[in-house]
Design a protein around this ligand. Structure first.
Ligand SMILES: Nc1ncnc2c1ncn2[C@@H]1O[C@H](COP(=O)(O)OP(=O)(O)OP(=O)(O)O)[C@@H](O)[C@H]1O
Ligand SMILES: [Mg+2]
Length: 239
C-alpha cells in the first residue's frame, strides 16, 4: 500500500532530515514510527500525502507515485492528521473545516454533512460546531483535526502524535476508534503504550534514518534497542 524507497530530504537551511529511508506498509497494516525528538518522524510522514515531495528516491501510495502532478489522487488516498492541528484547521467555523475536505474532493455533500455530524457528535464537538477552531481547547482541536480527515474516508490514515493533549478517557476512545478502522495506518507517537495497543509493526528512527523494524511487541520490549535510540520501555512494561 505504501512504499518508500531510498528517500532523502533536506530543509532549505541545510538540515538533513531524512537519509536513505526505505519502508513498506502492506494494505491493512498498522505501522508505528517511533524515535526521539528531531529523529525525522514528522518529516517522513509529511511525505505520505505530498505535503513534502521526496528530493531523491521514490514514494508510492497504492501504486500512485507521490509527485506534484499526482497530488490530487494522493490526497484522496492519504489522510494526514498533522502533529500541529493549527496546520490543518483554518476556517472561520469548525463545521466548515470538517466539510472543507469533502467539498474539495467533490464528495456527495448530503452524505458528507451527515457523516460530519456523526463524527462531531462522536468526538463531543457537536455543540462547538459554530466556533472558530482557534477558540477550541488543544484536545478539542486534536479531535477536530481527526474528524476533518476521517470524513474523507482515506485508504491510508497517517497520524502524527495523535494522543498528545488528550485526556485519559479520550485517549482510550481514540484507541478503540483507531482499532476499528479498516484503513491502512501509520502512527507517529512518543506514547509507546498507544503504539503497543494500535500497531502490529514498528519502525524506529534515529537521526534521519530507520534503524530497526519489526513486530511491535518484540521491538518495544527491547530495552537496549529503545535506550540506544533515546527511547524508554512503554509504561506497561516498566512495572
Ligand atoms: N522547517 C524546518 N526547517 C529546518 N529544519 C527543520 C524544519 N522542520 C524540522 N526540521 C529539522 O529536521 C529534523 C527532523 O525534524 P522532525 O520534525 O521530522 O522530527 P520529529 O522526529 O518529528 O521530532 P518530534 O518528536 O520532536 O516531533 C530536526 O533536526 C529538525 O530540527
Ligand atoms: Mg514530529
Amino acid at each position: 500500500m505504501i512504499t518508500v524507497e531510498q528517500v532523502d530530504f533536506s530543509y532549505p537551511d541545510g538540515t538533513r532530515a531524512l537519509l536513505d529511508v526505505s519502508l513498506k506498509v502492506t494494505s491493512g497494516d498498522s505501522v508505528g514510527i517511533v524515535g526521539a525528538n528531531g529523529a525525522g518522524k514528522s518529516t517522513l510522514v509529511n511525505h505520505l500525502n505530498g505535503w513534502y515531495l521526496p528530493q531523491s528516491g521514490k514514494i508510492t501510495i497504492d501504486g500512485v507515485e507521490v509527485l506534484k502532478k499526482n497530488l490530487e489522487r494522493i490526497r484522496k488516498l492519504t489522510g494526514l492528521v498533522f502533529q500541529n492541528p493549527d496546520d490543518q484547521l483554518f476556517m472561520a467555523r469548525l463545521c466548515d473545516d470538517i466539510m472543507f475536505g469533502p467539498k474539495n474532493l467533490g464528495m456527495d455533500p448530503e452524505r458528507s454533512a451527515e457523516e460530519s455530524e456523526k463524527l462531531l457528535r462522536d468526538f463531543g464537538l457537536w455543540a462547538l460546531r459554530d466556533k472558530p477552531p482557534s477558540k477550541l481547547s488543544q484536545g478539542q482541536r486534536r479531535f477536530a483535526a481527526f474528524a476533518a480527515v476521517l470524513v474523507m474516508h482515506p485508504s491510508v490514515l497517517v497520524m502524527d502524535e495523535p494522543t498528545s493533549d488528550l485526556d485519559p478517557r479520550n485517549r482510550k476512545k481514540l484507541i478503540s476508534l483507531v482499532n476499528n478502522l479498516q484503513a491502512t495506518r501509520v502512527t507517529v507517537s512518543h506514547d509507546l503504550d498507544f503504539i503497543w495497543e494500535t500497531c502490529n509493526r514498528v519502525h524506529i528512527m534515529a537521526e534521519g534514518r530507520i534503524v530497526a523494524a519489526g513486530a511491535t511487541k518484540e521491538l518495544l520490549s527491547d530495552r537496549n534497542l529503545l535506550e540506544t535510540n533515546g527511547l524508554e520501555l512503554p509504561l506497561r512494561l516498566q512495572g
